[in-house]
Design a binder for this molecule. Sequence first.
Ligand code: GDP
Length: 313
Amino acid sequence: MDRNAKIFVTGHRGMVGSAIVRRLQAAGYDRLLTRGREDLDLLDQRAVHAFLAHEKPDYVFIAAAKVGGIQANDQQRADFLYQNLLIEANLIHGAHLAGVQRLMFLGSSCIYPRDCPQPIKEEYLLTGPLEQTNEPYAIAKIAGIKLCESYNRQYARQYVSVMPTNLYGPNDNYDLLSSHVLPALIRKAHEAKLRGDAEYVVWGSGTPRREFLYVDDLADACVHLMERGYDGPLVNVGTGEDVTIRELAETVMDVVGFRGRVVYDRSKPDGTPRKLLDVSRLAALGWKARTPLREGMRRAYESAPFHSPVANP
Ligand code: GDP
């Protein structure tokens, strides 16, 4: 990627998009193009196509999406399917019409079949039924992967799809109803500590296993792949290691400094039992994750909107 390239990062206020912008700026890319929702509605096909035709970026990163945790995915099923289909269709087709040759589409590890062998290899895509709680989101993301693949086959574009595992870090969503597990637990443990509670509530049974990647590591992987000119099929981005929700809940307590105990609310869904990514394709491309979970958690906690660090005496 040329330092003078014009790069359009969508979703730049979100956790992933803002991390990609930080990473590109740090590397000296200074022709970054971003637009807030008030200036460019990604659900509006005409506006998106006109914008891309006018700006003609060299590269596009699609980090814009409607995202959320297990409950939001399960309850707003129509919104997750409809909005994600429109965002990716408008951007991918619009990029193609504007002559954009290189594009990166960000997906999620929930696109893989619920009960596939672990760790999950890229070739397991579409080999079995999906997890029900996030099926609409997964279907939209699978459609995005197939759009990229199809523009490559039919029009010789280089549109790549990157599938990150569960992400966390600065600019995460800490709303307890719609967030993912890690930010939710950081907030719950923090509030329990402030209130002096004896316990904090974790959803489900505590037995599901999840893999967590610090978002700046993901951004680094994305830029690494673009810089290398990777134009292969989809690629997983993860750490290659997972933990149980129980272990996660205990580490969060430790990092936040809450000394209570965990109680499990089994009326909430567990979701898929395990989704650990096989990261050997990415390793062969010369990249591996750097931030250990505890360190990433510490940084995420420090940057959380509700966290005011203790003033120095
Ligand atoms: P998933 O990876 O798509 O299932 O999404 P989540 O990150 O929302 O949930 C991961 C796992 O953490 C599920 O088994 C949840 O039941 C569990 N979990 C435990 N406590 C919480 C919580 O407070 N919020 C969320 N979102 N998940 C929780």
